[in-house]
Design a protein around this ligand. Structure first.
Ligand SMILES: [Zn+2]
Length: 449
């Protein structure tokens, strides 16, 4: 009986591996099998060489020497699989699953675990005793079996904050090229929002323009197999768009009142009365090669400029003001008209839909979503038709002279300048390194570390 069992285990060890579909799974399985296999061989050897009595004695001796088999598995949750399914082969019952669900309920629910989630299971004699998984960046939930119960805890892992600089030149679009060099989406979006005040992302961004990002990132001090996210971007510190003669260098600064905004190097607020790109411009593609035609899109006949973007792209109020019209406007389709005071009005046409609850008479703030891009009215393709009116006459939004913004006070400007100097030092040292590296001084390359 014992001999048969030993052989069965040894065979499992030989064939077990190829049956495992998961690669991570297989590696761990192989480790365990080696262990079992060694024990199996030992007991087989005893059975072959000795008498029946010896073999019984040997078995007792082996049993005494057997310590609990401890094993740690790294498992990956498959699509549609629950934690209970995943752990079912390790004596993890439905009751265990229910108790674990209760234990983690302070932070999450097991139903929120998605395909691809890595689970570390600690086994003792084949039974799960401890489960660990990544809950959020640098946070791990650990659930331990204690007698008949499960106890959960959340541990915060050690991180360091690092300043990161990435730069490149635009080849296809601001978003795509920034993404290509590893600028996190959140940082790209912060950059686009900051620059949308000053730049028309469809007409004023050109192939060959230089873009530069400085941002802070939290990084894990020690990596672990179950951790998928090793860093997390926080605030954008600096963004530059160097486009022909127009050079935008914006710096984040928090003033005495605790308000955070982007400023030009001279300390003026980098916000415009009316934003130049009144929609989420993250995926706008530019009309390249039209640098000498800055009025492209605006004509006396057309009276506005068009932004081509996917249906449903959020449209923002270009400036703060009052809603004059929000409804059907004939050839304009669904349209919104805002009044910004000082004789300025803006119009947004061909919308797919309006923002929930938007009505004439309401006040909106700059950047508030007022509707979604569509193809309604006399429109041949999905796009936003945007007009700016001054004293009842349509004007070109691209050449609109914006009122001057307030500047930082002298004492605040000193503090701001010190921050700007720090970033400049960082950029200069990186550029020098790069120049030495590829022998092309003045060229700003990718500074990915
Ligand atoms: Zn139009």
């Amino acid at each position: 009986m014992i001999k048969k069992l030993s052989i069965a285990i040894a065979m499992m060890a030989t064939f077990g591996c190829s049956k495992q579909p998961e690669q991570i799974h297989s590696v761990n399985k192989a480790k365990e099998n080696t262990l079992v296999s060694a024990q199996a061989e030992q007991s087989q050897a005893v059975v072959h060489n000795g008498s029946a009595e010896d073999s019984v004695a040997a078995q007792i001796q082996i049993t005494e020497e057997l310590k609990p088999v401890q094993d740690v598995r790294l498992l990956e949750l498959k699509s549609g699989e629950s934690l209970a399914n995943l752990l079912s082969e390790f004596a993890f019952s439905d009751r265990d699953s229910w108790l674990v669900e209760q234990a983690v309920s302070t932070w999450t629910s097991l139903t929120k675990l998605k395909a691809g989630q890595l689970i570390e299971a600690e086994l003792v004699d084949g039974q799960v005793q401890q489960i660990r998984f990544e809950y959020a960046f640098a946070q791990v939930i650990e659930i331990k079996r204690v007698d008949e119960h499960w106890h959960a805890s959340l541990s915060e892992l050690e991180t360091v904050t690092q300043t990161k600089r990435l730069s490149t030149s635009i080849d296809s679009s601001f978003f795509v090229d920034a993404s290509k060099i590893g600028v996190p989406n959140d940082i790209i979006n912060q950059s686009i929002v900051a620059l949308s005040h000053l730049v028309d992302f469809q007409r004023e961004v050109y192939a060959g323009d230089q873009i530069d990002f400085v941002f802070q990132e939290q990084q894990l001090v020690a990596a672990e197999d179950i951790l998928k996210q090793i860093s997390k971007p926080s605030a954008l510190q600096h963004v530059a768009l160097l486009s022909g003669k127009e050079k935008y260098r914006l710096y984040r600064f928090t003033d005495n009142g605790g308000t955070t905004a982007f400023y030009h190097p001279d300390g003026t607020l980098a916000q415009s009365f009316l934003m130049k790109t009144p929609l989420n411009g993250a995926r706008l593609s530019s009309n390249f090669g039209k640098r000498h035609h800055p009025v492209l899109g605006y004509t006396r006949m057309h009276k506005g400029i068009d932004f081509g973007a996917p249906v449903g792209t959020p449209i923002m109020a270009a400036g703060s003001g009052k809603v004059l019209k929000a409804g059907w406007g004939g050839s304009f389709g669904n349209r919104v008209v805002l009044d910004h005071g000082k004789g300025y009005q803006t119009l947004y046409a061909h919308l797919n839909d309006f923002a929930n609850g938007l009505k004439a008479g309401m006040r909106v703030k700059q950047g508030d979503v007022i509707g979604y891009l569509g193809n309604t009215g006399l429109s041949q393709a999905r796009h936003l038709h945007y007009e700016v009116h001054k004293d009842g006459k349509a004007i070109n939004p691209l050449t609109l002279k914006q009122p001057k913004n307030t500047k930082l006070s002298d004492t605040q400007f000193d503090e701001f300048s010190a921050q700007v100097a720090q970033i400049t030092t960082l950029l200069d040292s990186e550029n020098t390194k790069l120049a030495h590296h590829d022998g092309q001084s003045g060229r700003i390359g990718n500074a990915d570390d």
